[in-house]
Write a protein that binds this ligand. Structure first.
Ligand code: CUA
Length: 338
């Protein structure tokens, strides 16, 4: 029985590990764009150099211990004192040279990364950090092609995307390890980050600065599309919310619009225009709920509306008292907003 339980435990761990690996890629060791690639080569140089230093130091230590034991009784004569002094001086010199070498390599990488920012962005996105979700505003010269969405970034492949980083409350930090290094989102100040992906795919970003209770539940999937898919995605997102097609969906919309929901959320095409929480116009098209906390499906939507504080304690979304029937109708309506 015990061994069987141990086996199931092991299987659960491997299943969880497999699931973690199957989830959107999040690894600085698998660069998927020019910025991350440059940082990755710097990482490789540092890793090789410090590994060699570590091996050399441990080697010297082992040698000294073995040799010291053999010569325990022998007193240090003038000759060995001079030799020891030379070894120490050599080690100090090598350390200084290695540190200068690493500093120069680092500066060159910084210069290369800075040179990559000297270009016209294909897409500019304002990304705003909130406790604990992300608002993404896609800029455009035409006001009717500006888009506000939340908790996901969609970018076209192979072109530079400029992300302007801002915060509404505390300091957050954006890190999409496959695409670039970290950058802070600071209240009252705009930082910038460039994202560029070499191939179509999905990468996981995460808030990388402790920002309160739910810092760990502040993920940001980055979805990289082909140029035509990106245009289609943008076109679909710019549309106002679909009119409810059935009586049940109409009920869901009416409950949403007659409860406190509309105080905080926007659904374009309806009177709901709240700005405190994420825009829900196309929430049904998103992968996750509550900034990566839950997979987005009907059951989780209903659970989330029923008691967000249970799923993400401390979250700013209050419990809106609804009957089970009304709540499920709202969940079905939101799920239909593709
Ligand atoms: Cu936002 Cu940590």
């Amino acid at each position: 029985m015990t061994s069987r339980r141990a086996f199931t435990g092991g299987a659960a761990v491997s299943a969880a590990f497999a699931a973690a690996c199957a989830s959107p890629f999040q690894s600085a060791l698998h660069p998927a764009g020019p910025h991350a690639d440059r940082i990755h080569s710097l990482f490789i140089v540092f890793t090789i150099v410090v590994s060699l230093v570590w091996v050399a130091v441990i080697g010297m230590l082992v040698y000294a211990v073995l040799r010291g034991r053999r010569r325990e009784e022998a007193a240090l004569d003038a000759h060995s004192r001079r030799r020891a002094r030379n070894v120490v001086a050599g080690a100090v010199g090598a350390t200084v040279l290695i540190l200068i070498g690493l500093l120069v390599t680092d500066l060159i990488a910084g210069r290369d990364l800075a040179a990559m920012t000297d270009q016209e962005p294909a897409v500019t996105i304002e990304l705003i950090g909130n406790q604990w979700w992300w608002e993404a505003r896609y800029e455009h010269v035409d006001a009717d092609r500006r888009l506000t969405t939340a908790n996901e970034l969609h970018i076209p492949v192979g072109v530079p995307v400029l992300v302007k980083l801002k915060s509404h409350d505390v300091i957050h930090s954006l890190w999409v390890p496959n695409l670039n290094g970290k950058q802070d989102l600071i209240p009252g100040y705009t930082n910038v980050m460039w994202l560029q992906a070499d191939s179509v795919g999905e990468y996981r970003g995460q808030c990388a600065e402790y920002c309160g209770h739910q810092h760990a539940h502040m993920a940001l999937p980055v979805i990289v599309h082909s140029a035509s898919d990106y245009a289609a995605w943008m076109q679909a997102q710019l549309r106002p919310a679909a009119e409810p097609a059935t009586e049940d969906l109409r009920r869901g919309r009416d409950v949403f619009l007659s409860s406190a929901c509309l105080m905080c959320h926007t659904i374009r095409g309806t009177p709901a225009g709240g700005r405190t929480g994420p825009d829900l116009t196309h929430i049904g098209s998103r992968r996750t709920l509550a900034a990566g906390t839950l997979p987005n499906n009907l059951q989780n939507l209903a659970r989330w509306i029923a008691n967000p504080q249970h799923i993400k304690p401390g979250v700013r979304m209050p419990v809106v008292p609804l009957s089970a029937g009304d709540r499920d109708a709202v969940a079905r309506y939101l799920e239909s907003l593709r």
